[in-house]
Structure formats: C-alpha cells, structure tokens
Design a protein around this ligand. Structure first.
Ligand SMILES: [Zn+2]
Length: 306
C-alpha cells in the first residue's frame, strides 16, 4: 500500500464524534470531488475506505444514498477506482440545498456556514484530503497536495488553510494540466498537516523516515570523506615509493642518500599504507608528521634530478 493510501485508511478509521464535524467532513468530500452541481455530484478515489466513508457520511448527514461503482484504473497494477455519485435530480438538489448551494452557481466557492464550530475545520480538511488529496512517500519527497478542478475553489482552499492558526503555513498554488494544485511542502509542514487532519501515525512515520534518511546521509558523508582521505594518502605514498625505487635503481642506490633520509626511504617502501605520523614514530629518532613530510619531499627532489 502506498503512503498516501495508508494515510487515507488511517483517516477513515475514526468517525468524528460531533455531528457538526461529520457534516463538515462530508461537505469537504463532496464539494472537492469531481463535480458538485445540479447535473452531477460525484467523486472518484482509488481508496475504498474513502469511497465508503463518503457514502456513509452522505447517508447519515444528508439522508441521501449514493451509488458506488468500480472501474479498473490501471490494468497492470490491478488498481481500481471507486466513483461515488448521487443519482437523480431531486437527490442532487437535496444535497446542494443541505450545504447551502444551488445549481445556479457559476463559480463554486467554499460555504463556510458548513463549518459550524471551531472543531469542524480539521474535519472539513480531512474530507477534502480524502476526496482530492494525496501525499508523497517520505522516502522520496515531503509533499502533500490537493488537485482541484476549479480555480476559485482552489484559492478558497488555500486561504482556508493559511488562516488556520495551529498550522501557520501558506500553501502553494499551481496549474497542472487544467487542474489547480494546492500544495504543502517541507517535512515539518506536511507532518503538522497530517497530524491536524488526524493522521498521527502517518505523521510519525514521516518524521521517522526523515530521521533515518539524515542518519544515513551523515554516515555516507563521513564514509566518503574517509575514503577520499585514504585515497589521498595512498596516492601520495605511491608517488614517494616510485621516487625511492628510482633512487634504488640509480648508480649508487640508496647509499647516495644522507643517513636520515635512507632510514625513512626504507621504512616507506616497507610500509606503504602507513600515515606520515606513523612513519615518524617508527624512526630511530622519532619525528613529527611535518618533519617526515619535509624529508620525503627531499627524497623526491633527489629522485627528480636523477
Ligand atoms: Zn465540529
């Protein structure tokens, strides 16, 4: 199951206690469906819990029974879509009137009278999310969005969200293939929004994924850093050994080197993996890292002129 459908299933597990909230959630689902007019009141979802929730709430609050039809969405993935619709002009009129709408509206807007109390805002947004929302897998992105068919409705939703004091966020709005997308980005904002709607488990799992990703990135960064350093040490050692071997092959060999350089040259060839500090400690007269470095430079200078 995708993260989005897990979230929706979680949201459908608890039915709101207050009847005002059940009405607000039902309104969010129907208003933000595919259509909400005298000709058609319907919504389509891939989540069967969401479809049944819409049916249950509409029957309970408005007293209208809906039809649920199933169609195969993507044959390969065996995904189905559930379409919830209100049949009959009379029934659709009842639904519109119940929520204070008529079939004469040119631009569909949010009727805030349906959110009777403070408790209803999160129920409404939960309904909207169940109807037209989705949330990305936190492994990939921290992104939650609502795909809305009408611009004014999308703008209304955006301002509705931005006015919620507890959330303290300003959603983005963009046009995608003729639909209007209201979106929320960033792990904190997305987690807060999930919690606000009532998907505490999904929010927790998002934050856990984020923590794991951060730990993994830190480990990778450290490993890369260490590997890079090892590579640098190894290639420097290889250069020094090439220089020393050049001296060994030359007339006179290592005996041409001053005593203090000769001992170091022998050690370097014997322990190619050692750091300069370690080499310095092995000398009969121990030397600091920079002292060893200086002597190795001298050896390389000698080799260069050979
Ligand atoms: Zn309420």
């Amino acid at each position: 199951m995708s993260f989005a459908s897990e979230t929706k299933t979680e949201l459908c597990q608890a039915v709101p206690q207050n009847s005002c909230c059940r009405k607000a959630e039902c309104y969010g689902m129907l208003l933000f469906g595919r259509s909400f007019s005298g000709n058609s009141v319907s919504l389509t979802t891939e989540n069967s819990s969401a479809a049944h929730r819409a049916a249950q709430l509409t029957a309970e609050t408005v007293g209208v029974f809906v039809d649920i039809s199933t169609s195969l969405l993507r044959r390969k993935e065996r995904k189905s879509a559930f379409t919830v619709s209100v049949s009959g002009d009379g029934q659709r009129e009842t639904v519109l009137a119940y929520f204070g709408h008529t079939d004469k509206e040119i631009h569909l807007r949010i009727n805030r009278a349906n959110m009777e109390n403070d408790c209803c805002a999160c129920a409404f947004l939960r309904g909207v999310f169940l109807s037209c929302g989705t949330v990305s897998d936190p492994q990939k992105d921290y992104h939650l969005e609502f795909v809305v068919p009408f611009m004014n409705l999308a703008k209304d939703l955006s301002s509705f969200i931005s006015e919620i004091y507890e959330l303290d966020l300003q959603p983005g709005l963009l046009n995608r293939k003729g639909s209007y997308v209201v979106y929320i980005k960033g792990s904190e904002h997305v987690a807060d929004f999930l919690t606000y709607m009532g998907a505490g488990k999904a929010a927790m799992s998002l934050m856990q994924t984020k923590m794991l990703k951060e730990v993994r990135n830190n480990v990778n960064r450290k490993t890369n850093f260490e590997t890079a350093n090892l590579d640098k040490t190894a290639s420097a050692a290889a250069e020094q050994i090439v220089a020393i071997e050049k001296i060994i092959r030359s007339a006179g060999g290592l005996s041409t080197l001053p005593e203090e350089l000769r001992e170091l040259a022998v050690l370097r060839c014997r322990y190619p993996e050692m750091s300069l500090r370690e080499l310095g400690a092995m000398l009969s007269d121990p030397l600091s890292r920079s002292g060893v470095n200086h002597r190795l430079q001298r050896i390389m200078d000698i080799a260069r002129v050979l």
